[in-house]
Structures are given as structure tokens and as C-alpha cells.
Design a protein around this ligand. Sequence first.
Ligand code: AMP
Length: 142
Amino acid sequence: MHVADILSSKGYEVITAAASDSLATALALMVEHRVGAVLVLDAQKAIVGILSERDLVRALHQYGRDAFERTVGELMTAPVITCSPRDPATAIMGMMTAQRFRHVPVVEGGRLLGLISIGDVVKGQIEEVQAEVDALRRYISL
Ligand code: AMP
């Protein structure tokens, strides 16, 4: 299974924000779309950072209520590590575990194709294993 397979089953939509957006705007996007991170793009649609729930926790710890006066650009993490649609799912799982993050944008030829989370990767792996189990069961019962 490759990243392209995961994207084709979960979809290509990416929830994005601008660095000038307020933290409150980014939180509203996360809640509305039920995602744990927003990708931060500039006016040319280039990736400039990522803001996840973890960054929110860090900002609240660091700034308290004043975090809400800060912009996404001040609180996001950069640079962002991306992957290719041709990367194997197992390699991305390993990378997420080693680097301790749960979101990876998918980029090809400089173009943003989508974003996968650890949940999407695990779901894909479980489905693949289940398909193998089903095939073996069918084979045994022939
Ligand atoms: P997460 O586990 O994805 O919620 O993120 C944990 C930390 O890693 C947060 O500071 C995120 O902004 C950051 N982060 C998440 N995904 C990436 C990525 N693909 N590249 C760089 N940093 C990331």
C-alpha cells in the first residue's frame, strides 16, 4: 500500500489557514472540519507551516489566555515535512513514529495533493491485513 492508495480512499481535501489568521480562526476550522491540524499556506499556495492540537497546547502553556491574541504564523511549526504519493505507507508510519507527529502533507512536483494523518495510515493498513485474511480464509475453505 502506498500514500496514493490512502489518499484515494480518504479524499484530497486539505483544511488550510493563512499565517495572518488568528488562533481562534484556526480552532474554528479544526472544530468545523473535525481535524487535528491545519496546513498553513502563503498567498501563492506554498506550504509555510502546520498548526496542530499539540501547538495549541504548547501555546496555551506558554502564553495562557494571551495565546488567543497571537496569529497562526506565530504559533505554527515550520518547516513542514512532506511525503510523496509514491511513498510506501509503512515508511510514512515509521517516519510519523520517529518524528512524533501525526500529519503529513502529500506533495508531488511542488503541488499539494492532500494530507494524511496517522489515523488514515492505520485504517489503510488494517483494511489491507483484513483483505489478506479474507483471501486466505477463502483459499483454505476451497
Ligand atoms: P501532531 O502529532 O501532528 O499533532 O503534531 C505534533 C507536532 O509536530 C506539532 O508541533 C505539529 O505542528 C508538528 N507537525 C505535525 N505534522 C508535521 C509535519 N508534517 N512536519 C513538521 N511538523 C509537523
